[in-house]
Structure formats: structure tokens, C-alpha cells
Design a binder for this molecule. Structure first.
Ligand SMILES: C[S@@+](CC[C@H](N)C(=O)[O-])C[C@H]1O[C@@H](n2cnc3c(N)ncnc32)[C@H](O)[C@@H]1O
Length: 556
């Protein structure tokens, strides 16, 4: 297979997050953004270490799993909601099998509890960040989301189905205003122009809305008239604040060099599990409020008994998890890097009459060295890239019996779980929560426990020659035979086979061979029925390689 070659075939599997797997006679090709079951044409654009990647060119035939029409008019050009032609039930199956397959690669035996769906399939988001730009070079002003695969082209997002119709009204009003005025937008290449982003946050429970218009400081544009236009519209919710944020940084991120309140206040309130939260423009807050209730309830269930326990809530954002746990714990200490979020967390705790929460601003990596108290339980909810390796070592050093790890990126979670297991933690239970219907994203909650010895017995031993004594020269040999065997993971078996035979074997094949040999095993990963594909069996060559590996590791 050569670069530039066109291939055609059916996507047999999708690996997290959106890597379609197409198998030709001799190669496995990754086709990004292709959906399970679609027949596609793709062009090979990368070839590295025996792996091929191809760019999706055309969907030749829809997937049999695409059983409904896309609800959003922007489906296709907008890359945001790839799964909307699948029923919600199918989306859930797909996401849970992707996570399970990833974790099966790195965890031995654990209980997989499947996936919990979002209470709302549509209009669930409480925050949307829109960009100003144009739909094509020198096209009219556009305001919305990035075109699939483009850093520069913008798709107008009016009518986006992930948000309440209030967003569309705001979007149209803002776009009309600046179009009429002929205001320039900020070009990411030349760094020239004025309009950058529109950030809308709308609390699902309270309906309060905070609108931020983010511009460069390169022009002076009259905004008060726009504020009046926005305030005269009728909404399902209620605008509580309109802000003008100036951002002159060259990076394409929403941040503030200066914030001016054009109307109302610079925060809004949202509710979760009966608690109230004050949220400011840049504070992290889960984007699916009702989904967050499911997520936090799952985390709370995994944590179990918290009475008289000191809990660390690391990467605490506005302190939501800490406050959900505080009513039934001795104390919760939250650590969060964004100071504004920490201030909000403190205010929120006071608002919720919780006096056993403490929030510390700073990097987890440094702050945990400075906390004098030692935790009984730890909750981890890091950003997408997971936990900094050095911070993870320090977290493990606390030696707590139980941890709950909440992750929004299964691949970084899998990496961190490898280290946690190497250091004595065991993955007990895993449950996915779908916070992002229609998209490829998914949250995962993991319960980890630390296995400690059940007890100790004292044995008196005399070394030397003679009856009842242990001969010294035999000790090393005996110690060797009593040494507990290394836990043999699927990953070890795969690595052994790849190194010795030069080919890869799927986890499901190893599971199948183990099952045939009558060995204990957990569920065949990524239950093939779920993918609605005929079950495949390993070739005789692969079976022999797997048996050889099992012998090598003294499993058989
Ligand atoms: C996925 S969010 C979780 C927030 C919170 N647990 C919640 O559910 O709302 C991750 C949080 O980690 C914070 N963060 C990122 N890097 C950090 C670090 N090195 N130390 C402390 N907090 C960090 C982010 O600002 C963000 O608020």
C-alpha cells in the first residue's frame, strides 16, 4: 500500500475517539471521521511503522446503523455532531464499547458497568463558544463553529441543536449587528481585525444567561446599541450579564486582557443536585448540567461511605464535586489552578452553607506537597490530558484505600491507569456517562482500590543445619519458588507476540484462546455482537503464538 493510493471498504470498528478501522487483505487502515458500518473511499496519507492512515474522501454507502436523518441543518460541514444519524441507543453502545476496548487493553479484571445516557439528548449544553470568521475566503461575516477539518472556515451555527433556541436568537442578533456595521473579524494568520469570539453561557436549571463578546483591542466599536438589541428580544431564559472582553493574545483561545461589564453582572447561577453554583465567564463547569448530576451521582456511589473521612477533590473547578460530597464527609479539600474558579468555589460553599470545604488555588503538582493533612479518599477529575506523571506519583504516595478517577478522555485515562496499577492500585469498577450526545466524546468514572495485606502472622525460623532448621543454601531457591507470579496482562501477551512474531493479536483473540483452554478470563472485550459484525476467529498461526506467549508467562 502506497501513499496517495485510494482504497475502498467498510469500516469494521471505530476506536476512540473517531478512528474508523478499515481492513484490507494485508493492512489495517485508520480512516478518521468514518462511521462504523459505512463503506468509504479514502486516500492513504500516512504510513508509519506498518500503520496506515487514510483521509476520508467519500461515503460510498451509509452504515446500516445510520437509521435516522440528521436533525441539525449544519450536519456535514460542521464537524461537531458526527453521531446524530445513529439512534441514541446505538451511540451509547458505540461509546461504551470503545471505552471498554481501550481499558481491556490495560486493566486485567474489572467490573464494567456500561454507560449511563444523558437525561437530555438535545439542547443539553450550558455553554457555547462561537468564533467570528468567514465561511470561505473573503465570504461574508460568519459566526459559529469551525468547519470540519478547517482551522479557519466558520459554519454559521444558528439552529445548532445542542443548545436552547435562545442561543440562536443571540447569535443572529450579534451577527446581524456586526454585518450591518461592516465590522472586521480577527484573522488568525495576520492577527489583524476586531471580532474574535462570542461566548454564551446559559444555565439549564435557572435559565440565567451570561453573554461575552470577545474582540481584539485594535478598534473602537459602539456596543451599547447591540446590548439594547439583545435585551429587547424575548427568551426562554433571562440575560443577567453582557460583557465586552478584550483579548490581544495571538493564541486562538478565549481569554481576557480586560473585561468591561456592558450590562448586569459578570456571573450567573446554576444548580446541581440541589446545590447552587455561582459561575463566572472562565470558570470550568460541566457543560451538560443534567448529565453532570448523573456523573457526580455515579462518582458518589463509587466513593461509598465518606462519614468521618477527609477527601481530596483534585482538579476541583468551581468545587462542584467537593460540595456534593461535603454534606456526608468530615472535610473536603479542593485543589484547582484557576484562581477565579477557586474564589467561586469558596463563595459557592458559603452559599450552600457548607463549612467543611477548603479550596486551594494552585497546581496540584505543587499544592499537594504543602497540604499538611492526609486524605482518606481522593477524587480526581483532571483536564483532557490526564494527570501530570509527577503529580500522579505524589497522589499515589498518599496510599489511600480508594480513589475515584473521572476522565473526559479515555486514552489519557488508560495511560494513567497503567501507572496506578503498577503502583498497587486495582481497577474495581468502571462506568461511562454520556455527557455529550451526538458527539464522539464520553466521560468515564473509575473506582480504584489499593490492595493491602489482610493481616500478619509471626513465624520464628532458625537458619542452619539440623532438624527443624532451614538450610541457608536453600533459601534463595525456596524464595524464588515462593515468589508470587507476575500478573500477566493482555498487554504483556500482545507485546511478547509482536516482538517475537512481528504481528499483532487482538485482545478478543487472546480471550478466545484462554476460553478454549479453560482458563479464567473476563468478558471478551468489545463484545463483537455489539458491533453487529460476524464474529472472527484467530488464524491457526495466531492461536499458536498466543499459546506460546501463555507458556512463556507460565500461564499454562
Ligand atoms: C475536567 S475539569 C474538572 C472540574 C470539576 N471537577 C468539575 O467537575 O466541575 C478539570 C479542572 O482542572 C483544572 N486544572 C487543570 N490543570 C490543573 C493543575 N495542574 N492543577 C490544578 N487544577 C488544574 C482546570 O482548570 C479545570 O477546572
Amino acid at each position: 500500500m502506497k501513499k496517495g493510493q485510494t482504497i475502498e471498504g467498510t469500516i469494521e470498528q471505530v476506536k476512540f475517539p473517531n478512528k474508523g478501522i478499515l481492513k484490507t487483505e494485508d493492512t489495517t487502515v485508520i480512516v478518521k471521521n468514518a462511521l462504523l458500518g459505512q463503506t468509504v473511499k479514502a486516500v492513504i496519507n500516512k504510513k508509519r511503522k506498518g500503520k496506515c492512515e487514510a483521509r476520508l474522501m467519500e461515503v460510498v454507502a451509509a452504515s446500516p446503523l445510520e437509521t435516522r436523518e440528521a436533525r441539525c441543518v449544519h450536519f456535514g460541514p460542521c464537524g461537531g455532531c458526527m453521531y446524530q444519524t445513529f439512534s441514541y441507543e446505538e451511540q451509547l453502545k458505540l461509546k461504551s464499547s470503545q471505552v471498554k476496548e481501550l481499558l481491556d487493553e490495560v486493566c486485567e479484571e474489572y467490573e464494567f458497568l456500561g454507560i449511563k445516557g444523558s437525561p437530555e439528548e438535545w439542547e443539553y449544553r450550558n455553554k457555547m463558544e462561537f468564533s467570528f470568521g468567514d465561511e470561505y475566503k473573503d465570504g461574508p461575516l460568519a459566526l459559529g463553529l469551525h468547519k470540519k477539518g478547517s482551522m479557519y472556515d466558520i459554519v454559521n451555527a444558528e439552529g445548532c441543536q445542542l443548545v436552547d433556541e435562545d442561543y440562536s436568537k443571540i447569535l443572529k442578533c450579534v451577527l446581524d449587528y456586526f454585518t450591518q456595521k461592516g465590522t472586521s473579524f480577527y484573522h488568525k494568520i495576520t492577527h489583524q481585525g476586531y471580532l474574535r469570539h462570542l461566548l454564551v453561557r446559559r444555565a439549564v436549571k435557572t435559565g440565567e444567561m451570561l453573554i461575552s463578546i470577545i474582540t481584539s483591542g485594535q478598534e473602537e466599536v459602539e456596543l451599547q446599541e447591540l446590548v439594547e438589541n439583545l435585551l429587547t428580544l424575548s427568551y426562554n431564559g433571562r440575560i443577567v450579564g453582557i460583557l465586552h472582553i478584550t483579548n490581544d493574545s495571538v493564541a486562538d483561545v478565549v481569554k481576557s486582557d480586560k473585561t468591561e461589564i456592558l450590562f448586569g453582572q459578570d456571573y450567573f447561577y446554576e444548580e446541581i443536585l440541589g446545590l447552587k453554583f455561582k459561575i463566572s465567564t472562565f470558570s470550568f463547569f460541566q457543560t451538560n448540567t443534567k448529565g453532570a448530576e448523573v456523573l457526580y451521582s455515579q462518582a458518589r456511589e463509587f466513593i461509598g461511605d465518606t462519614k468521618d473521612k477527609l477527601i481530596f477533590d483534585l482538579y476541583s473547578g468551581t468545587g462542584t464535586i467537593a460540595q456534593v460530597l461535603a454534606p456526608v464527609a468530615k472535610k473536603v479539600i479542593g485543589v484547582e489552578i484557576i484562581e477565579e474558579a477557586v474564589e467561586a468555589a469558596k463563595e459557592n460553599a458559603a452559599l450552600n452553607h457548607l463549612d467543611n470545604c477548603e479550596f486551594i488555588a494552585g497546581d496540584v503538582l505543587k499544592v499537594i506537597d504543602e497540604i499538611e493533612e492526609k486524605p482518606d479518599l481522593i477524587v480526581l477529575d483532571p483536564p483532557r490530558d490526564g494527570i501530570h506523571p509527577k503529580a500522579l506519583e505524589k497522589i499515589i504516595d498518599f496510599g489511600v484505600d480508594k480513589m475515584v478517577y473521572i476522565s473526559c478522555k479515555p486514552t489519557s485515562l488508560a495511560r494513567d491507569l497503567i501507572r496506578l496499577q503498577e503502583r498497587g492500585y486495582r481497577v474495581e469498577k468502571v462506568c461511562c456517562v454520556d455527557m455529550f450526545p451526538e458527539t464522539t466524546h464520553v466521560e468515564t468514572v473509575v473506582l480504584l482500590s489499593h490492595k493491602k495485606p489482610d493481616g500478619h502472622i509471626n513465624v520464628k525460623v532458625e537458619f542452619g543445619e539440623g532438624e527443624g532448621k532451614v538450610p541457608l543454601d536453600n533459601i534463595a531457591k525456596r524464595a524464588e519458588s515462593y515468589k508470587p507470579k507476575e500478573r500477566v496482562t493482555y498487554k504483556m501477551i500482545k507485546e511478547y507476540i509482536e516482538a517475537k512474531y512481528g504481528f499483532k493479536v487482538h485482545t478478543a483473540y487472546i480471550a478466545e484462546v484462554k476460553r478454549d483452554l479453560g482458563l479464567p478470563m473476563y468478558d471478551a472485550p468489545n463484545a463483537v455482537e455489539e458491533l453487529k459484525q460476524p464474529r472472527k476467529h484467530p488464524t491457526a498461526e495466531k492461536v499458536e503464538a498466543i499459546k506460546d506467549a501463555l507458556k512463556h508467562f507460565e500461564v499454562i
